[in-house]
Design a protein around this ligand. Structure first.
Ligand code: PSU
Ligand code: MN
Length: 300
């Protein structure tokens, strides 16, 4: 495995001595945010993780290997390149074999982080069931990866461009616990509110750690979603986001966007319609989630 798995010194040392490590996905940096905002986001997330006393481990594919603990230069390489592949689970081996640079989604990052021995991952929003997914079968591999990868994923729920109700139903079917952090409602990424109640809630990192300990002790095979609403000052009302989403979906339909292009296309359209407000919220929640993930990792 070592031929293809490059766990960098700082991360390897932390894992070997039981110090807290937080994995960070790279698709959000390369395909989810425009350059150079992806870089800004990466720096903010890494700083927040370090600030809380944990080691950040951004994950991506470079020069035929999985890198766990990308350097700032490597993150730049992944976030600026036009040739960078969006890598979900199915893409890992082909992209490595082709020596192509690849930015990993939540699904791919979670499974590679686990391979490296990391138990907590931070992101903005997980993928889910797309609107109309009951016909198109466009259901993110993130959900299926969560069903079989025992890792905690700190996020602000799933993007509101998705069908959040069906996303939650699917997580339930797959046996994935969803814990509201300081909330009884599934966050809608840019928005605090979704109208979808959550049964389980934790109010501080210790409570989350307690749940994760039970989950691990009982050898549960699933991931755990820890869903934190976006920071209050930056959240946007769902009703307001909804008008932009409808525009974005219409645009995507007209342009014939399909498959893995859908998520990046919609995010870009939202950024345009909102005059950058969704980007600001996205940055703020990425940083807040990285900070929370680090605090949970420290607690564990
Ligand atoms: N959330 C964001 N921006 C993103 C993504 C999520 O705010 O760019 C990315 C994540 O990497 C997630 C992926 O895993 O989108 C899901 O893509 P898809 O729907 O194609 O599975
Ligand atoms: Mn998809």
């Amino acid at each position: 495995m070592e031929r293809f798995l490059d766990v960098r010194v700082e991360v390897a040392a932390a894992l070997a001595t039981g110090r807290p490590v937080v994995a960070l996905e790279s698709t959000v940096l390369s395909h989810g945010l425009p350059h150079p905002i992806g870089l800004e986001a990466a720096a903010a997330m890494e700083a927040a993780v370090r600030d809380e006393g944990a080691v950040p481990a951004a994950i991506g594919l470079l020069r035929g290997r999985v890198v766990v603990g990308l350097t700032p230069d490597e993150i730049e390489e992944l976030s600026s390149g036009v040739q960078v592949a969006k890598v979900s689970v199915r893409d890992i081996a082909p992209v490595i074999a082709a020596h192509r640079p690849g930015a990993t989604t939540v699904a791919a990052t979670a499974s590679l982080a686990r391979t490296a021995g990391i138990r907590i991952l931070s992101t903005g929003g997980i993928g889910g069931v797309h609107r109309g997914g009951e016909d198109s079968l466009d259901v993110s591999a993130d959900l299926h990866a969560l069903a079989r990868t025992p890792i905690a994923v700190v996020c602000s729920g799933a993007k509101s461009v998705l069908d959040l109700g069906r996303t939650l139903e699917t997580l339930e079917s797959l046996g994935v616990p969803v814990i509201g952090y300081g909330t009884h409602e599934f966050p809608a990424f840019y928005s605090v509110e979704s109208g979808l109640p959550l049964e389980h809630r934790a109010d501080d990192p210790r409570e989350v750690a307690a749940i994760l300990r039970v989950h691990a002790a009982l050898e549960r095979r699933q991931g755990v979603v820890v869903a934190q609403p976006p920071p209050p000052g930056t959240a946007i009302r769902l009703a307001e986001v909804d008008t932009w989403i409808r525009e974005a979906l219409e645009e995507a339909k007209l342009a014939g966007i399909r498959g893995k292009e859908v998520t990046p296309f919609l995010l870009e359209s939202l950024a345009r319609s909102s005059h950058g407000r969704t980007l600001e919220t996205n940055l703020a929640l990425l940083e807040a989630n990285a900070r929370l993930a680090a605090r949970i990792a420290v607690e564990l």
